[in-house]
Design a protein around this ligand. Structure first.
Ligand SMILES: CC(C)(COP(=O)(O)OP(=O)(O)OC[C@H]1O[C@@H](n2cnc3c(N)ncnc32)[C@H](O)[C@@H]1OP(=O)(O)O)[C@@H](O)C(=O)NCCC(=O)NCCS
Length: 246
């Protein structure tokens, strides 16, 4: 069983979680700490997770999963006892939040309702996201696979993110793509890497045009009918938004 040290650590973490709710939830301004502890579902889920995680780390069987399951029934927030969560996580509203087994969450992260930090399939090992410090994840966002969300990033509501997110960026949409990095709009020729020119089609077009010119010249000299030059069509243009946001 976990010792006194483990419970002292859990108590400290929960105090820090309550402070995070007071600092980051406008609805918590002026509300006493005891009231937040008693009535905020995100706090209940974290309190239960912190205890379940300490039991899981101490090798206690069954109880951590039971706690996780009961908390899910009460709050709608499912946190696997093995997930690793730093200080000051704030889960606003709560319902529909899923935090998978191999998730790593840094300090001062904010999650809104409906956020999934999940896997993409049936892979084993590290298969869930790593979320660095000071990240905010909007309601309904799905972050899937062993990706890294860089510190200070913001993920827009209802985004679906399956690739790494640069630090201090804003990512929105499905597929999630950066629209701001370090507060600046993502733009410029390098940003549009999905709509690149097609150099092979361009080279074939240039050759076909030269052959056409030569054939017309030969036809004029030999006084024959010029042949029809085959049409060279460019490759199919990729449709959809530019994932770089440019
Ligand atoms: C993404 C977000 C964090 C805003 O970040 P920001 O850095 O302030 O970015 P901006 O508001 O300047 O928006 C940047 C661009 O992304 C677009 N955008 C913002 N949020 C978006 C979203 N969720 N989905 C799609 N596009 C979005 C904006 O229209 C803007 O587009 P533009 O550059 O073409 O004008 C915010 O819009 C968001 O989704 N927050 C989640 C809040 C939430 O879940 N609240 C629930 C409370 S119950």
């Amino acid at each position: 069983m976990p010792g006194f040290d483990a419970f002292a650590r859990v108590a400290k973490e929960v105090r820090r979680d309550v402070r995070a709710a007071r600092d980051r939830d406008p609805a918590a301004r002026g509300v006493a700490q005891g009231e937040i502890l008693a009535t905020w579902p995100g706090i209940h889920a974290l309190l239960a997770y912190r205890v379940a995680h300490a039991l899981h780390a101490a090798g206690v069987p069954f109880l951590p999963r039971l706690l996780s399951m009961l908390t899910r029934a009460v709050t709608g927030i499912e946190i696997h006892p093995a997930a690793r969560i730093g200080e000051g996580l704030f889960i606003d509203h709560g319902a529909g939040v899923v935090i998978g087994e191999t998730v790593d969450i840094g300090s001062n992260v904010t999650l809104y309702q409906g956020v999934t930090l999940g896997g993409t399939g049936f892979a084993t090992g590290k298969r869930h996201p790593t979320v660095q410090d000071n990240v905010t994840i909007g309601s309904g966002a799905k972050l899937l696979g062993p990706i890294t969300i860089g510190h200070g990033a913001k993920i827009g509501a209802n985004s679906v993110v399956i690739t790494d997110v640069p630090p201090n960026s804003t990512v929105v949409g499905n597929p999630g793509h950066p629209v701001r990095v370090d507060g600046r709009r993502v733009e410029g020729p390098d940003a549009d890497w999905i709509h690149l020119p097609d150099p092979i089609a361009e080279a074939i077009q240039a050759l076909a045009s030269r052959i056409g010119t030569l054939e017309r010249t030969v036809a004029e000299l030999s006084e024959e009918e010029p042949q029809q030059t085959a049409e060279v069509r460019p490759l199919r243009t990729v449709k959809g938004p530019n994932p770089a946001g440019g």
